[in-house]
Design a protein around this ligand. Structure first.
Ligand SMILES: Cc1ncc(COP(=O)(O)OP(=O)(O)O)c(N)n1
Ligand SMILES: Cc1ncsc1CCOP(=O)(O)O
Ligand SMILES: [Mg+2]
Length: 207
């Protein structure tokens, strides 16, 4: 069954921290209509990470938006969030045991349909593909094509597209079946985060 937080397609923002105005930046993205927020912070500063994750979890709850922690199952458990797992991260079964059935667990599938099929069968709540376009955030990311999104319709699990996505180039991905577009720089790297988020949000059908 589709997780309730993934029922409505839309914009999935991923933070680009550390940044001093993190909570204000995410507040602005939510005001623009972001439906999912991922806390992605590759630093080792456990105290700041815990404090920020707790603040963002409360903020997202107030906006009825999903909140997902990148990589770190223990931090997700601490703040009752979901988690996003890539190929170098925890195993999905271990994450499910730790976080429980109600947590959103998303997985990176890169350009790999068989990985998506296998992880969907093992209980992933969404499968993410990409990068679809060159990404300044992750220049070495493997590349995927919209055809993969079309093929993944058969998996009957929400599909997320990531990598170099802008309001100008997101259309073909949504048309190919992306339920969410996941974006870092084209939202958080702009001078007007709310406007950038609302441009993405307007590409999806309104509820
Ligand atoms: C929604 C979404 N899709 C893909 C990724 C990438 O995950 P991963 O391959 O584990 O790489 P890092 O983000 O951890 O560098 C993601 N974070 N979110
Ligand atoms: C984390 C990640 N995984 C594949 S591309 C990417 C970065 C996406 O960031 P941007 O939206 O700035 O290209
Ligand atoms: Mg990861």
């Amino acid at each position: 069954m589709r997780h309730p937080l993934l029922a409505r397609p839309g914009l999935y923002v991923i933070t680009d921290g550390p940044r001093a105005d993190l909570v204000a930046a995410v507040t602005a993205a939510l005001a623009g209509g972001a439906r999912l927020v991922q806390y992605r912070d590759k630093t080792q500063d456990a105290a700041r990470r815990a404090e920020e994750a707790r603040a963002l979890a409360a903020l997202c709850a107030r906006h009825d938006a999903g909140f997902i922690v990148n990589d770190d199952v223990e931090l997700a458990a601490q703040v009752a969030a979901g988690v996003h797992l890539g190929e170098d991260d925890a195993d999905i079964a271990a994450a499910r045991t730790r976080l429980g059935d109600s947590a959103v667990i998303g997985v990176s599938c890169y350009d790999d349909f068989d990985r998506a099929r296998s992880l969907a069968a093992r209980g992933a709540d969404y499968v993410a593909f990409g990068a679809f376009y060159p990404s300044s955030t992750k220049p070495a990311a493997r590349r995927a094509t919209p055809e993969l999104l079309r093929r993944a319709a058969a998996l009957d699990v929400p599909r997320v597209a990531i990598g170099g996505i802008t309001p100008e180039n997101a259309g073909p991905l949504i048309e190919a079946g992306a339920d969410f577009v996941a974006v870092i720089s084209a939202v958080f790297g702009t001078g007007d985060i709310t406007r950038a988020a609302s441009r993405f949000a307007s590409l999806f059908p309104s509820p």
